[in-house]
Ligand binder design. Sequence first.
Ligand SMILES: Cc1ncc(COP(=O)(O)O)c(C=O)c1O
Length: 408
Amino acid sequence: MDLDLDFVRRRFPKPCWDWAFFENAGGSYVPQSVIDRTVAFMSECQVQPHASFAPSAMATERIEAGHRVAAEMIHASPDEVVMGRSTTGNVYVLAQALRPLFKAGDELIVTNLDHEANVGAWRRLAEFGVTIKEWKVDPETATLEVEALQALLTDRTRLVCFAHCSNITGAFNDVARIAEVAHEAGAWVCVDGVAYVAHRPVDVKALDVDFYLFSLYKLYGPHIAALYGKRQRLLEARGQNHFFIGEDEITDKLNPGSCSYESTAAVQGLGDYFDALHKHHFKTAKNSFRARVEDTYGPIVRHEEALASRFVDFLCSKPGVRLIGPATADPARRAPTFAFTVKGRRSAEIPPAAEAKKIAIRNGNFWAWRLLDALGIDQRDGVVRVSMVHYNTTEEVDRLIQALDPVL
Ligand SMILES: Cc1ncc(COP(=O)(O)O)c(C=O)c1O
């Protein structure tokens, strides 16, 4: 069955649709179920969890349920997933936690494709004698080639950090293949999945990644984030919380200050949303939430491809447009996240043309500073980014095309 857009959009508060919203890679809308779960937590059990009185027990149960949904979204178990306030914060904590495991002269590889979240915290470890190497994009295609990684790997390489999907180009990296290559060289991988999770189901076990990070607020959830690690890796990582929290208390030891309770509980609303989509689109009920999630991405992916193909055709028909990343809507290669510059115009001139028609897009560097540098694009003005998700309609894409047509 095709994605029923009326059904999808009815799950969200009405004012969401006052604008054609194409800044989803910055942060997506949340369905009413997430809002309801937040309100229910804050009005019924806004107390410290883990005490025995009833509201506290209720808080514990709801926080654990939200945590479980976050873990199942990527096919992990909750004791392998740490909730934190942001992916940037989670990478920072992880880098500090792994630092004692690295010796001077050990090598870490970061890219110049990534959002700075999965770069800067690792680069800082150079202060402690670790060597940082950069896996560079091909400046013509803005892609990372596995051969270039292979040339960087040595027997001192400990970790390779890269993104599942670029928040600029929308292109996917072949995580399973890269993990295999890194593992053969004896290195671990740390994957930023932030720009990927809204578009495709993730299975951290199948990908065989050591660490995987994503932000719930880009996945129709509250403004928090999750860090997955293989259990053994998380046990080895050194605790960053109070000294009396044990090294085996994985989810607490890597969560200094803990994560917003109401937001963690509200992730249950993301589960409610996927369940509602599944029930509406599939005749056969499935017992496991994970199986329902996998099914539900099917119509999402097909709809996103239809949106992407309309927009990529439009961009490619414009000789003055430089599309950054793959000129295709192929769902195996990209998410419907597009970045471009326009010959003879500043990127900052483009969004106002859309805003006049109540269409939200944005220009900037989107914290992928090093990528723009590699591509010779001024970071302050940046690229124009149009990022779609499944709740966008073809009618909205057509409105966007009409608004952009005179200015591109
Ligand atoms: C690909 C990617 N990684 C990381 C981040 C940072 O996420 P957070 O805001 O949770 O730190 C972003 C945010 O835009 C992103 O797009």
